[in-house]
Design a binder for this molecule. Structure first.
Ligand code: NI
Length: 172
């Protein structure tokens, strides 16, 4: 397993890409899953999409275990939301690609997701709570969507400008 650099704003050219499905979860995919997991743990974070390390493949890793708890890594290939609840939930989101910025986001409270697991087995998951929020956030990444797209344009433009300025000043 290798830790890879995480792509952050202002690199929208990379982060806005739409990732392509994997044909099957093979040994190479599992290797990439492992690198994603190590990168996420190292950050530290609770979710990571492959595009965040520059790989435009529809792969997501999550681990919602709290500090001090046993690790519970989850692997999703080609995840697809097949149902969303009409009920909405609010959660203060952050993103490893937008460091040190947090904002309230509204999303469906529950989702049903179809995906392939680490062994290429087709699975269905009915997610609620933090898991539902994280899955939606990560699946957005696969479509080139960032959580700041769910907040006001004023706030979004402000945070993008902040990262563009930091890059110009050589602080990124
Ligand atoms: Ni993110």
């Amino acid at each position: 397993m290798t830790t890879r650099p995480i792509i952050t704003l202002p690199d929208e050219k990379t982060l806005r890409q739409v990732s392509r499905p994997v044909a099957a979860v093979d040994a190479a995919t599992r290797g990439l899953f492992d690198d994603m997991l190590e990168t996420m743990y190292d950050a530290p974070g609770i979710g990571l999409a492959a595009i965040q390390i520059g790989m435009p493949q529809r792969l997501v890793v999550l681990d919602l275990a709290k500090e001090g708890e046993d690790k519970t890594p989850m692997f999703f290939a080609n995840p697809e939301i097949v149902w969303s609840s009409p009920e909405i939930s609010d959660y203060e989101e952050g993103c490893l690609s937008i460091p040190e910025f947090f904002e309230m986001v509204q999303r469906p409270k529950e989702v049903k997701v179809h995906y392939r697991d680490r062994n290429n087995e087709p699975r269905e998951l009915h997610a609620t709570g933090l898991l539902a929020t994280c899955l939606q956030h990560e699946i957005d990444h696969l479509n080139g969507v960032l959580f700041i797209d769910h907040i006001s344009k004023l706030k979004r433009d402000r945070v993008i400008k902040k990262f563009q300025k930091a890059q110009k000043l050589g602080k990124l």
